[in-house]
Design a protein around this ligand. Sequence first.
Ligand code: UD1
Length: 355
Amino acid sequence: MHVLHVVGARPNFMKVAPVHAALAKRGTRQTLVHTGQHYDAAMSDVFFEQLGIPQPDVNLGVGSGTHSVQTAEVMKRLEPVIVERRPDWVLVYGDVNSTVAAALVCAKLRVQVAHVEAGLRSRDRSMPEEINRLVTDQLADLLLTPSDDGDANLLAEGIPRERIRCVGNVMIDTLVSLRRAADDAWPRLRDQHQLDRYLLLTLHRPSNVDDPDKLLPIVETLIDISRQLPVLFPIHPRTREALASLRFAPPSSFVLLEPLAYIDFLALQAHAAGVITDSGGIQEETTFLGVPCLTMRENTERPVTVSIGTNMLIGNDLGRLRDEVRAIAEGRGKRGGVPPLWDGHAAERIADVLR
Ligand code: UD1
């Protein structure tokens, strides 16, 4: 069996790492294609190093562009690679533009596609990722879901039961395997930031950062909150660009950082009093870690993080954000459990299903 993986953006890298390792352990022939959607060392290279992913066999170097341009460039450059290498399976991950582009190419070439992290739905088609999820799942031959709400969503969309396998959450595999490295990194980070109790913040969704009239009140509120609990804010390139157009003077309690490598970010999550985010994966990681998470979105494609885990949807209700941060500061943050099959062995199950 020859498996070809397609990855492109930061949240893909934590997902491919354990699957690649599990297949390598079984002696499977593998090819790794990086589309180059994310290209900065801090958004890409450092993840390959820390997660032990081998150097990509092919880098398509697509870079940035509008959604259509980015998707089309991946399709154009990936097609000859698939034609030439003729894998038995192509594995695509998550919901980024590279994912849907690869699924389209393979569907037309009649090469089998497996989608890792299938079935998630926010039911919000204004999110580009939701379009990517819907299309990818319609095209995939094998749908590997992280939780059983994914199975239910796919069945409701008419996907045959025999194509769906609930395998658990591969991101949690990576977290489990690097937990000890994160614990080792913590003393250095604590000394560097001189902080024991803090909030960790990430923001990059177009719906929060692209419109300055929306972003400014969010930032002002977060700065205010940082006077109660200091805020560490590693900044995504999209957000850095958006912030450059705003006038604000961050106090020393609002710490702006470059994007962090996986291990440092995990260490800061694990030790945070709470996390404020609009990311998808961070909602899952905080649930696993038992750290309260306030998600600045109206909806989530990961509802088990709310029903079982520590996640709360805050939307853009900044009053509610302040209230929930106060609860965290007073030790009344949301507690929760860990969903089934988020156990560090999802990639092993994927390798078994493929075999
Ligand atoms: C993409 C994914 C999103 C994921 C996010 C995580 C899609 C539709 N979106 O959004 O699901 O949560 O990645 O990071 O695929 N940039 C850099 N350096 C980089 C990468 C990007 O400077 O290494 C800049 C780009 O030039 C662009 C901006 O950041 O201006 C956005 O990048 P893009 O890949 O378009 O989307 P993301 O917002 O990162």
